[in-house]
Design a protein around this ligand. Structure first.
Ligand SMILES: *[C@@H]1O[C@H](CO)[C@@H](O)[C@H](O)[C@H]1NC(C)=O
Ligand SMILES: *[C@@H]1O[C@H](CO)[C@@H](O)[C@H](O)[C@H]1NC(C)=O
Ligand SMILES: *[C@@H]1O[C@H](CO)[C@@H](O)[C@H](O)[C@H]1NC(C)=O
Ligand SMILES: *[C@@H]1O[C@H](CO)[C@@H](O)[C@H](O)[C@H]1NC(C)=O
Length: 547
């Protein structure tokens, strides 16, 4: 695991010029009265390091990441006076990181507390600092989600395209088509070619019905691209456009390097080429990319490579990439231009009828199990609650809880997972390698009420597709209560009344479901708006308000 502290680059500052510093005691007294208490922790980590790299700018983020897993968390510490912030690696013998905000704060606090150079005893105030830091970080996420929700379009699906043209760039093929062509060689163990057939929906799954396909969870870039090419507001002349869609398959770009031994320069080549290409385009330069949108089908951290890591690219760290909107299956919670959109599921309706038929099927489905969990334990991951949940599930009486063991291949067939969820009232959705899970969407579209243990799994991610009132569609059980053995999840869920379950299920199935799925590329939906239309309408709304 690595803990790094980096500063978000300010637009006006010299771009990321690395410098070397040692920890300088003389600076200490200068800083102490200037830095807010919440920054004190960060400053101490700074002292703790001896030789480090600096990035200039004006916002501090403390990031904890794991080199093995593709994920890390940052906590933001806001604006502060101009002093240098180091990026430092902390070696953790377990090699596996923790990924939630509270653990990160504890982690940083522990580093501070164990520091032999600690100038004085801060034990008394450390808990207060931790609480303040947590509250601040959560408040910031909340404000961003409010802003995202303020862009929700109120006009119905039939709004006109007047003044809302969408221009789709015709990128050189190396930025999209050629990447799809590398499908056979993306990762050592999965041949992506079969997933990219059929307009990237994959092969049909007849057992589940006519609109079901073996869609890969990383296919969103292709799915969105096919749809936007057929959008009724698409224009072919840049000067008629309000919104510019850049069909770069950035997720596929990095996927092909994840498990190959190549230098970081190789990993970043295409991202840098893309930015250069965009800078030769008049519309990009006109508004510095503010009216441009990217769809990236992997999690945000994959595009924000930690300086000490070889995982992913720096695409979203590039200055030029700050202005455009990035639609991602998992957003970086403190980046306002990262907007979460649903992970693609395997259900792709083409008509209103397809949706209605499915809604009826899952409302009538007999739910034999109270609870189910489809997943794998994460035994090496400190603080992961999955093992506890599995043991609570498998020891529940009267088969109240069904466990589908993904470690033994039980989840390879999507129909087994969906069928299980269709027969369950509640589906447990603990975080895995990263906080979000495709499984949350599998459970929602199966009419199974998701049980969420970490707000970053859903509540802080999808402002356009899930309502702020999360009690309408999910049950929240704090993962700390699970790890402290304060709650038995199965017993807790038994206490949710039949009426409440029914209300939640009706809301999920009738209100949310249509907006969580991506229709097939030739979808003709009149009555419903799917995840794609909702997203496009809100993007147009936002860009119209930019003026
Ligand atoms: C701070 O608290 C920790 C654990 O509570 C303890 O091990 C450590 O010695 C304390 N440090 C100081 C400087 O009192
Ligand atoms: C695009 O529209 C502008 C303004 O209406 C016009 O001047 C230009 O010729 C058009 N370009 C093409 C390629 O049609
Ligand atoms: C990766 O490549 C570098 C440079 O060619 C080489 O030194 C290193 O041993 C390789 N590592 C692995 C695990 O193959
Ligand atoms: C799940 O499968 C793995 C691999 O086969 C096995 O080691 C583990 O014990 C199984 N878990 C349970 C709870 O059955």
């Amino acid at each position: 695991m690595a803990i790094s502290i980096s500063r978000k680059k300010s637009r006006l500052s010299k771009k990321g010029e690395p410098q070397e510093v040692g920890s300088s005691g003389s600076a200490l007294s200068k800083f102490l009265y200037r830095i807010p208490t919440t920054l004190f922790i960060i400053f101490l980590v700074f002292l703790w390091s001896s030789s480090t790299t600096i990035i200039s700018g004006n916002i501090v983020h403390v990031c904890v990441s794991s080199r093995k897993l593709n994920n890390h968390y940052c906590l933001s510490a806001g604006t502060q006076p101009s002093y240098e912030i180091p990026i430092l690696p902390i070696n953790d013998s377990s090699g596996i990181g923790t990924h939630d905000l509270k653990s990160v704060i504890n982690e940083v606090a522990n580093v501070v507390l164990e520091n032999p150079l600690l100038p004085f005893n801060i034990n008394n105030s450390i808990d207060k600092i931790k609480d303040e830091e947590f509250e601040k970080a959560v408040k910031e996420v909340d404000e961003q989600l409010k802003k995202h929700r303020s862009w929700i379009s109120t006009s119905s699906g039939q709004a006109t395209c007047d003044g809302k043209g969408i221009y789709v760039y015709d990128l050189p093929p190396k930025f999209n088509r050629d990447l799809v062509g590398q499908c056979g060689d993306m990762t050592p163990w999965v041949d992506f070619c079969k997933y990219f057939t059929n307009d990237a929906l994959g092969q049909p799954i007849p057992n589940l019905g006519k609109s079901w396909y073996q869609t890969h969870q990383y296919s969103l870039e292709l799915i969105f691209h096919s749809r936007v090419l057929k959008h009724p507001c698409r224009v072919y002349n840049e000067s008629d456009a309000k919104l510019f869609y850049v069909p770069f398959y950035g997720g596929l770009d990095i996927l092909r390097w994840h498990f190959k031994n190549v230098s970081n320069d190789v990993r970043d080549t295409l991202a840098l080429d893309l930015v250069k290409w965009l800078e030769s385009q008049t519309p990009w330069m006109r508004n510095s990319g503010k009216d441009h949108v990217f769809v990236l089908g992997k999690i945000s951290w994959d595009f924000r490579r930690n300086p000490n890591s070889k995982w992913g690219t720096r695409l979203l760290h590039l200055d030029q990439m700050q202005n455009p909107v990035k639609l991602l299956i998992e957003r970086q919670p403190w980046e306002v231009n990262d907007i979460g959109v649903p992970h693609p599921t395997q259900f792709h309706p083409s008509t209103d009828e397809d949706i209605i038929t499915w809604q009826m099927q899952i409302m009538q489905s007999k739910r034999k199990a109270l609870v189910s969990f489809a997943g794998a334990a994460r035994p090496g991951t400190v603080g992961n609650i999955r093992s506890t949940l599995i043991s609570q599930c498998t020891s529940a009486a009267n088969e109240k809880c069904q466990f589908l063991n993904c470690s033994s291949g039980g989840c390879d067939q999507p129909n087994l997972v969906i069928e299980l969820f269709m027969e369950s009232e509640f589906c447990l959705q603990p975080p895995g390698d990263s906080p979000t899970r495709k499984s949350v969407f599998d459970s929602l579209i199966s009419g199974c009420i998701p049980v969420i243990f970490d707000p970053f799994t859903a509540y802080y991610q999808y402002p356009w597709h899930l309502p702020a009132d999360h009690g309408k569609y999910s049950v929240f059980i704090d993962k700390e209560d699970v790890s402290d053995m304060k709650v038995n999840v199965v017993e807790r869920l038994m206490k949710v009344s039949m009426r409440e379950r029914d209300e939640m299920r009706r809301y999920i199935v009738y209100e949310l479901l249509p907006g969580l799925v991506y229709g097939d590329p030739s979808a003709k939906l009149d009555k419903f708006q799917d995840a794609f239309s909702i997203t496009m309408n809100n993007l147009l709304e936002r860009v119209t308000r930019l003026g």
